[in-house]
Design a protein around this ligand. Sequence first.
Ligand code: PXL
Length: 274
Amino acid sequence: MESIKRVAAIHDISGYGRCSLTVALPVLSAMGAQCCALPAAYLSSHTGFEGFTFLDMTDQMIPALEHWKALGLHFDAIYSGFLGSAEQMDIVMRAKALFPRAMLMVDPVMGDHGVTYKTYTPEMCRNMTALARRADLIVPNLTEAAIILARPYESAPKTEGEALEWLQALSDGGKRSVVLTGLVLSQGSIGLGWLDAKDSSSGTLQHPFIGGEYHGTGDLFSSVMLGYLLRDRSLAAAADSAARFIGECAALSAGEGTSRNQGVRFEALLGRLV
Ligand code: PXL
């Protein structure tokens, strides 16, 4: 029996800009898991840069999954993030049907600051919401949580009580685990809320907001958190450690003057995850 943890990672690959697979691959490898990449699209850079190229890989995805099945692979987790077309959410569900023992972790990447990303259509948002409802664990930011719950972004939680209510709603009454990111409960801090479906525990945590805002930190957070979950940490402990790691990367990036679009400079700190 192999002892390595194996992840099917279904995201875009953006050549430049530190997000999605260019983050998930190094992070999960450093943390001792095998990351099998299923690119949903190839972009020359993430969508925050002008003029990015976009190659939709939808038609490659089912054959790739079926090949993995034919090889007799087993996955501990299926981990999806930014997707490239409205059909790809169904493909992630198909992956779960092919590998039913895998934990389905959906980072329902759709937008930030109340705005959807340039390539996301209303149909994609509907399908992402349906996918989130099938997941074992979801990791939305406030924008994505508002879309999933069909609530106005302006009503996103600002107090612990509101955050716990959103977590309950996102978990469908405790059916799935949730980590809600980008939660600001007091000025100068940033944090998250979590609800663990395993034991119905929930809570919030806040850390000082260090450095600045960087593109792709959601992907970095989710990948690091998954790495810790695969090392059998509890959801709360994994989320806390991942949030601290992002804070360290943001502090380093701010010190070096990294621009927002370049993403946080995690490479120099990757060794801490090994
Ligand atoms: O970090 C989320 C993300 C992932 N992939 C692509 C993106 C974004 C956010 O803008 O553009 C291509």
